[in-house]
Design a protein around this ligand. Structure first.
Ligand code: GLU
Ligand code: ZN
Length: 484
């Protein structure tokens, strides 16, 4: 019987998760779901100077927000925990000791200065860089001397001659010649484990079967495989590797802070919906076999296979993400749209969240659902409904002072003051009759100044509906206030 698929997402949160992390998490999640397997969420926090509790908490929260639920890991536990590497230090020590005892690893007494001096030599002689194996075969007396000097040894894995060969599910056959993979450190002199030890030990102990992760980690694979071997894992039981190609920035350089990769927290603050982010990242570098641009999480789970991940780098396109976000916003039910809009309005101080305010927001939202691409836009769009008076935007002040604009305001007041029924239909009918039919104005000229008077901006929800929501008294008050 085939093994149950177990994937893992194993970030080292030294900051907020980034686009690259999320793409990895999404694919690990989708593959686990697709195969009815399990997703393990493991926090690689052995470097507690850079990985903080706060970043860990934020990573967990981000995963929840994205809807990428995990089967084992923080908050949910599981049979192979703990899932924080900082709580597993004794396990790594035990394995490192075992490797020492088996002769797979050895103690290296070289100081950082000695290592650096030898690296310098290698550079001079144009030799391949890396540890030269000096401590591989120390005699008892050399060891005693180093110990007497008080040197704190690191533990190094012995890399045998030869090569490591494995079949990457995305990249195909990969070979690493060991002359380029020097003996590597498993444990520092202070007894703290290195990434290569912890990651490999955990992948084995947590029974991970598939490692989908960024291509930047490809070169660490032969070291991890060496650890599996030292742990006594049989070759046929090694996890499968699938190294996901880089996500490039618009400028075709690897996506980084420099060319616009910002943390997922930024996308959230801007009002990108989690389903839009997942949709976009899913189709970035993976394809279900057609050229669709919209995909739901359910479809992704149904269709995801590693074989269909593109092996060449994908380019991140903010415009495309934004277009998808707009689609997802339009697809929301009113209730859902409301629930997602309220936090933005409260956070911006537009509303406090009173029932009356919420009811008004709910009436206004359908007016803007077609018009926004980021949730954050609800704030400038709806603010005019919740202020006593509006500040006319700078760009429009000149236009409002023009005679034609002032004339429009005057005329509008004249026809709206006597209105008995205040509905968008009656407002529109009165204004059209007076400004378009009678005065012969173009709609833009006729309604523009009124829009600015009412909302303060030339970008707003539809004008007549906005006036209906605002009410007669406030609307007329604002038109009067815009008159000079
Ligand atoms: N913790 C590593 C990182 O965040 C990734 C580990 C892995 O996927 O093998 O870079
Ligand atoms: Zn050494």
């Amino acid at each position: 019987m085939a093994r149950e698929v177990r994937t893992r997402f194993a970030p080292s949160p030294t900051g907020d998760l980034h686009v690259g992390n999320i793409r990895t998490a999404l694919f690990d999640w989708a593959y686990a779901k697709h195969t009815d397997g399990k997703l393990i969420f493991r926090i690689e926090d052995t470097d507690r100077e850079r990985v903080t509790d706060e970043y860990i908490a934020r990573a967990v929260e981000t995963m929840r927000w994205l809807g990428l639920q995990w089967d084992e890991g923080p908050e949910v536990g599981g049979p192979y925990g703990p899932y924080l590497q900082s709580q597993r230090l004794a396990i790594y020590t035990e394995w490192a000791e075992r490797f020492l005892a088996q002769g797979d690893a050895y103690r290296c007494y070289c100081t950082p200065e000695e290592l650096e001096a030898r690296r310098e030599k290698q550079r001079e002689l144009n030799q391949a860089p890396g540890y030269d194996g000096q401590c591989r075969n120390l005699s008892e007396s050399e060891i005693s001397r180093f110990e007497a000097e008080g040197r704190k040894p690191t533990i190094r894995m012995r890399m045998p001659d030869g090569e490591t060969r494995f079949s990457d599910l995305i990249r195909g056959e990969v070979v690493f010649e060991h002359k380029y993979v020097p003996d590597f450190v498993l444990m520092r002199g202070d007894g703290s484990p290195l990434y290569t030890l912890a990651v490999a030990v955990d992948d084995v102990l947590m029974k991970v079967t598939h490692i989908l992760r960024g291509e930047d980690l490809l070169s660490s694979t032969p070291r991890q495989i060496r650890v599996y071997q030292a742990m006594g894992v049989k070759t046929e039981d090694f996890p499968f590797f699938a190294h996901l190609p880089f996500v490039m920035g618009q400028d075709n350089a690897k996506l980084s802070k420099r060319n616009g990769e910002v943390s997922i927290a930024w996308y959230r603050e801007e009002g990108f919906l989690p389903e839009a982010i997942c949709n976009y990242l899913a189709l970035l570098g993976w394809s279900p076999g057609d050229d669709r641009e919209n995909i739901s999480m359910e479809e992704l789970v149904q269709l995801f296979t590693v074989e269909r991940v593109n092996s060449s780098p994908a380019r991140f396109d903010m415009k495309k993400l934004e277009a998808i976000n707009g689609d997802k916003i339009r697809a929301l039910t009113l209730e859902d749209f409301l629930a997602r809009a309220l936090p933005f309005l409260v956070q911006a101080g537009v509303i406090k969240g009173a029932d009356k305010e919420v009811a008004l927001v709910k009436r206004a939202l359908p007016l803007i659902q077609e018009r926004i691409a980021r949730m954050k836009e609800v704030v400038p769009m709806l603010r005019f409904l919740f202020v006593d008076s509006v500040e006319i935007e700078l760009d429009s002040k000149g236009k409002m002072a023009e005679e034609s604009a002032q004339h429009v305001l005057e005329k509008t007041l004249g026809v709206l003051e006597p209105l008995d029924v205040w509905s968008h239909e009656s407002i529109e009918a009165a204004m059209r009759a007076a400004l378009i039919e009678e005065m012969g104005l173009k709609p833009r000229v006729a309604f523009g100044p009124v829009r600015i008077a009412i909302t303060g901006s030339h970008i707003s929800p539809p004008l007549f509906e906005s006036m209906e929501l605002l009410g007669k008294e406030s609307s007329l008050h604002r038109i009067r206030a815009a008159k000079i």
